[in-house]
Design a binder for this molecule. Structure first.
Ligand SMILES: NC(=O)c1ccc[n+]([C@@H]2O[C@H](COP(=O)([O-])OP(=O)(O)OC[C@H]3O[C@@H](n4cnc5c(N)ncnc54)[C@H](O)[C@@H]3O)[C@@H](O)[C@H]2O)c1
Length: 437
């Protein structure tokens, strides 16, 4: 593996506008080939871990014309494990990835893109802005896992890519999977339809256990060690508020109709994480209060601590009533202030697998020649989480504009040699790279 920093260069591929090529699989091309669903769609996966393997299987299930033709990962063992697992899927006959289409290294996406019509971006979040820019520049339809950026510079790059994808009629489907869940969709439609009156507050929780780690092995460089434990390093994951709880931040953004919070105030700390290198530099708890124009507030509480109460719920308060979402239970209802149920998701209502729905949506949009672009909310929800982290780390209020226009870029100057692990930030101290002075 030859780690390079190229992936982090601002808007990498979009900056080379002359390199833009036509989308490889426009609907018109499908029609000229008969428009049959049997037409092959060549799909490549970038990031062959747990989620990437799942996304590839869901792509295969969503459209009988999908063939997984290429895989790319930073590490060969991850790629081979993925290939082996896909070989056991019901659709394994449509997985044709010979050694010459297996690409290894942090820039492996470069070799994969020319071979595919659709790319599934499922590697670590830090690489996503550049990988998205490259995919759009290469004219590919995209499934893009969350989070899509971990800092201000990445956010702006993603917004540029999203705009370019729209201009080029490329489909861009986001991995914010709750937006594809039927009960959540039905409840949010009720809220947007006015069932609660005006939304004045939201309390969202993402309380869960720490994620797994991979203790250092002989022969690993600092870079490999950190990349193997990417969830625990801020520069790679954005911290757990951005990496994991961003699902709930996205639901806040969804319920609020995509309006931007003006500012946020956040607390956070690293209190329970073991003091081992594989636990990196991230916090284990956050509380963020987002303030919206004219009064509404949303509170996000996130925790990754072992042996504690776990919860993933959203409590939405309106002028006429309140709503409750528990996607894990699952429970979805709306009541008025006398306790009368105004609405609830029917017990026998449809609950298709939201991860499968994402891919059905993507491939249908490609087949129908009606590109779907979920990029704006995908980027904005990530920026909301990023501004929460900035506020918690610094101990200051952070405005939307601070976060959106700031200079924060978390990528290290080099992936080679020693990459010391910084102590978790202390609120009230200066934060390097923060837009806040
Ligand atoms: N939507 C969801 O519910 C959901 C669930 C889990 C994970 N995710 C997201 O999916 C992404 C992947 O998570 P995961 O759980 O699969 O992690 P993982 O560690 O299992 O897989 C990530 C893979 O990406 C590879 N990788 C790292 N850098 C790369 C690069 N530059 N090019 C190619 N490959 C690279 C890693 O080697 C690894 O195999 C993350 O962004 C995560 O937040 C989403």
């Amino acid at each position: 593996m030859h780690p390079s920093r190229r992936l982090f260069m601002k808007s990498t591929a979009l900056a080379t506008g002359s390199a833009l090529v036509s989308p490889t699989l426009a609907a018109s091309a499908l029609k000229s080939r008969g428009g049959s669903r049997a037409d092959t769609i060549r799909v490549g996966l970038v990031g062959c871990g747990g989620r990437g393997t799942g996304a590839a299987a869901q792509a295969l299930a969503a459209d009988k014309g999908v063939v997984i033709v290429a895989l790319a990962d930073a590490f060969r063992d991850r790629l081979e494990n993925c290939l082996s697992n896909l070989g056991k899927s019901p659709d394994h006959e449509r997985v044709t990835v010979p050694p010459e289409r297996q690409f290894v290294g942090v820039d492996a996406i470069d070799q994969l893109l020319p071979l595919v019509d659709v790319v599934l971006l499922c590697s670590t979040p830090s690489f996503r802005p550049a990988q998205l820019a490259k995919s759009v520049a290469a004219g590919k339809h995209i499934f893009c896992e969350k989070p899509v950026c971990v800092d201000s510079v990445g956010y702006r790059s993603v917004r540029e890519s999203v705009a370019a994808a729209r201009e080029r009629n490329l489909s861009l489907v986001s991995g914010f999977c709750w937006r594809s869940s039927s009960p959540e969709r039905a409840l949010v439609a009720e809220v947007h339809g006015g069932r609660l009156g005006e939304v004045v507050g939201i309390t969202a929780t993402y309380l869960t256990a720490p994620l797994g780690t991979r203790p250092r092995q002989a022969g690993w460089s600092d870079f490999e060690f950190q990349l193997r434990n990417w969830q625990h390093f801020n520069w790679l994951s954005g911290d757990h508020l951005v990496e994991q709880a961003v699902h709930s931040v996205d639901k806040i953004n969804w319920v609020m109709g995509g309006r931007h919070p003006v500012k946020c105030t956040a607390l956070g700390s690293r209190f329970c994480r073991e003091d081992k290198p594989e636990f990196g530099d991230i916090y284990d708890n956050f509380t963020v209060i987002y303030e919206y124009p004219n009064g509404p507030r949303a509170t996000m509480i996130a925790r990754q601590q072992a042996n504690c109460y776990n919860d993933n719920t959203d409590w939405i308060t309106g002028t006429k009533g309140y709503a409750w979402i528990n996607g894990w239970a699952p429970t979805h209802w709306i009541k008025d202030y006398s306790g009368t149920t105004l609405w609830s998701y029917p017990k026998d209502g449809p609950t298709p697998n939201m991860y499968e729905v994402e891919h059905e949506t993507l491939f249908k949009s490609i087949r129908d020649g009606r590109p779907i672009n979920e990029g704006e909310f995908m980027a904005d929800s990530c920026l909301m989480a990023i501004m929460g982290r900035m506020s918690a780390y610094s101990g200051r209020q952070v405005s939307w504009d601070d976060a959106a226009t700031g200079s924060e870029s978390l990528a290290p100057a080099s992936f080679e040699g020693a990459m010391p692990i910084s102590p978790a930030p202390k609120p009230g101290s200066a934060v390097t790279g923060s837009p806040l002075s």
